[in-house]
Design a protein around this ligand. Sequence first.
Ligand code: COA
Length: 372
Amino acid sequence: MSSNFVKGLEGLVVAQTALSRVEGQMGRLTYRGYAIHDLARQATFEEIAYLFWQGELPTRAQLDDLKMQLAHARMVPPNVMQLARQLPKEADPSDALRTLVSALGAGKPLQKPDLSEAMMLTAQVPVLLAAFHRARTGAEFIPPRGDLDHTANYLYMLSGEMPTPAQSKALNVYLILLADHGLNASTFAARVIASTLTDLYACITGALGALKGPLHGGAPSRVIEMIEKIGTKENADAWMREAFARKERLMGFGHRMYKAEDPRAEILRELARETADPALFDLAFNVEATALRLLHESKPAERIYTNVEFYSAVILHSVGLPKDMFTPTFAVSRMVGYTAHILEQLADNRIMRPDAEYIGPAPRVVKKIEDR
Ligand code: COA
C-alpha cells in the first residue's frame, strides 16, 4: 500500500500562521511582515514581543505599559524558587528550566492559555534561569530590578553586575532574531500539545524538551566547543576532515528551510564583528569559511550555509554566558514565539492527529506461551 509518508515532515504544511514567514530559497525572514534586518536595527525585544502578541508594533505608551507588566510579572512563587535551589548543581540548565516551568504549572487548575499567562511565563523564564545559575555556583539570588528591561535584567540577575550598553545591545539583537521561526521542531511540539487543550505549562515544558536537542537549539554550545577544539585557523581544515571521517555533523551549518544564507546568521556575524573579542571573531570567521568550503565540496547538491547558531554562540560567549546557558537563553527569546503560536493555535483549534503508515508484520495468531 502506498502512502503520503514524508520523512521529517519536510515540505508538509500542517498549520497556518500570521506570525513569522521563512522564505528559505531567498534567505528571507519576516515577523508579521517586517523584515528581520529592520527589526534588529530599530526595535527592542519588548517591541517584538508586543508585535507577536498583539499584531502591531507598539506605540510609546503601549510599550511602556508592556514593560511595566513584564517587570511586575517577574515574581516567581517561593516554592518554585526553593526548587531552583534544590536541583542538582550539575543539572544541565536546559533541564533545570524545563523542570521549573513544569513546577510553575503544578497545583494550578487546568486553564486555557491566555495572553496574561503568556506574559507572566515569558517574564519568569529569565528569573528561573538566573535563580538556578546563582544557586549552582553557590551565589546568592539577585532579585530582578523593575527599572531594567528584559535583556539587561537577565544579564544583571545572572552576574550581579550591570551589563555594558554593548552587552545589552548584543543580547537584545540576539533575542529579537531568535524570537520565532515558523514551525520549527519545538514550536511545532508546543502547537501539538496546545491542540489537546492542555495548559500553557505543559505546552512550554514539551517545547523546551524539543529545543535542547543538538539538531535544534542544542547546537550553539557545541559550536563554541568546536571552535575551542580547533584552536587555530590553520587547524580548521584538518580538524573538520577528521570530523567528516567520523561522520560527525558540523554544528552551526545547514538548515531544513534555508537554501541560501540564513538572514539571522548574516546579522549576527556583523554584530559579532563589532562586539566579540577580535581574536575569537577572527578564528570563528576562518572556521566558518573552512566549514563552508568543505561542506560545499563534500555535499555540492545540498546547499549548506551557516545557520543562526554559529554566530549566536560567539555572541552569547561574548556577553559572558557560560556554554550550558546558551540553549536556555535561546528559550528566553523563543518564549515569545511559543506563546504566540499557542494562542494562535487555540484561536482556531483542531486537535493535531496525523496518521502513521503501518509497516509491521501482517496479521498473525497469538500462540500459547509454551508454543512460542
Ligand atoms: N554537517 C555535515 N553534514 C551536514 C550538515 C552539517 N552541519 N548538515 C547537513 N549535512 C548533510 C547531511 O549529512 C546529509 O547528507 P547525507 O544525505 O549524505 O547523509 C545532507 O547534508 C542533508 O542533511 P539532512 O539531515 O537531510 O538535512 P535536514 O534538513 O534534515 O537537517 C539540520 C537540517 C539543521 C538538522 C542539519 O543541517 C544539521 O544537522 N546541522 C547541524 C546541527 C545544527 O547546526 N543545528 C542547528 C539548526 S538551526
